[in-house]
Design a protein around this ligand. Structure first.
Ligand code: 5AD
Ligand code: FES
Length: 359
């Protein structure tokens, strides 16, 4: 093995130069990176994999991110919002099946009506689940008062990916308007944390214009803001988005996939006790993508429990998995996948991030 990689891997904390070297590691060196991540994972986390039932409850979105298939300018998307009853039923399914937690995810809508609706839903879901159940929100940037209100009503985790921590790159992949402001997004993460949520963020790997140096900074950014949860996936082009024009500049899909796994491994070593999700996007490149992430670093799996008929309209990127499946199909698939990855499904456990409990 390259002595430099060997030396780097003797530590549990890496400088920017170390991270860059690890991200450039060749195939044989990468094995040692994965080995180390596996050791850290088994020592800190063990083989438990927590389930988060994912409810994509609405694809209405005021934003227009250049990478995302449900941005507001995409007129080919059939817009939907699940009824309260459908959302509650999905949450009930997750609770009855001992999933331990759910994620309520939607496009970004900022209105009094939306705030009230989510608030009402949270209260109803908490009545069903009691407190030993995780409720994560992934509903974009909101005002501080909204974050607080939702927290008071029972949400205890919030996911908001920074997407990239580099302002210049951020501005290249988002429109320049009052809704897509880099500083505002960082500020939201700070407010979410201050409110008391377990805070999750992440990036896309392989974005057009993204460099290894950017990704190293992203990892250091996540460490610096002291995240509890992390969701990272490869960028995958979507035909009906502005970034699709730049598809010829991208690294090949398999390289994006390998790079994502390396990023996850480095994060596991540097942020040993956080929850790391095996992102669905990994599976759209490699059929065993989520299993590989679990074997190396991830300890969270998000089975889709959105009613089947809506799923085709939540196409963030092309070839998104689980579109034709139902909640029950994803359930058996999930258990099989976790077993295949030598994980133990942590039924009935809310699975708070150890990092948060130690804060
Ligand atoms: N490729 C991969 N991930 C995407 N997301 C949105 N569009 C894409 C894409 N084209 C991710 C973003 C967002 C999350 C919900 O989905 O990171 O935060
Ligand atoms: Fe949905 Fe496998 S998890 S089909």
């Amino acid at each position: 093995m390259n002595t430099s990689i060997k030396n780097i891997l003797q530590n549990n904390d890496f400088s920017k130069d170390d991270i860059i070297e690890l991200l450039y590691a060749n195939q044989s060196e990468t094995k040692f990176l994965y080995q180390k991540a596996k050791e850290v994972k088994s020592g800190q986390i063990g083989d438990k994999v927590y389930l988060r039932g994912l409810i994509e409850f609405s694809n209405l979105c005021a934003k227009d991110c250049f990478y995302c298939g449900i941005g507001k300018s995409n007129k080919n998307v059939q817009r939907y919002s699940l009824s309260d009853r459908e959302i509650i039923q999905a949450a009930q399914f997750a609770f009855d099946e001992h999933y331990g937690s759910i994620v309520l995810q939607s496009g970004e809508v900022k209105s009094r009506e939306f705030e009230n609706r989510v608030d009402r839903l949270l209260k109803q879901i908490r009545k069903i689940t009691g407190n030993n159940f995780g409720i994560t929100l992934s509903c974009g940037e909101q005002n501080e008062s909204t974050y607080s209100r939702w927290f008071e009503s029972g949400a205890n985790r919030y996911l908001l990916r920074i997407e990239t921590s580099n302002k210049e790159l951020y501005n290249k992949i988002h429109p320049h308007d009052f809704l897509h402001i880099f500083e505002k997004r960082i500020e939201s993460l700070r407010v979410i944390k201050k409110t008391g949520y377990q805070v999750g963020t992440g990036i896309m790997v392989g974005l057009p214009g993204q460099t290894i140096s950017h990704i190293a900074d992203d990892i250091l950014f996540m460490k610096a803001i002291d995240i509890d949860m992390c969701g990272i996936g490869p960028y995958i082009e979507h035909k009906e988005t502005p970034l699709f024009e730049q598809r010829n500049t991208l690294m090949p899909l398999n390289a994006r996939f390998e790079l994502t796994l390396k990023v996850l491994a480095i994060i596991r070593i540097m942020m040993k006790d956080i929850n790391i999700a095996a992102s669905t996007a990994l599976q759209s490149i490699d059929k065993l993508g989520r299993e590989k992430a679990i074997q190396i670093a991830a300890n969270v799996f998000m089975p889709n429990i959105t009613p089947q008929s809506y799923r085709k309209n939540y196409n963030l990127y092309d070839n998104k998995p689980c579109i034709a499946e139902s909640p029950v199909e994803c359930q058996s698939c999930t258990v099989a996948r976790i077993n295949l990855a030598n994980g133990k499904v942590a039924f009935g456990e809310a699975g708070d991030a150890k990092h948060y409990l130690h804060r």
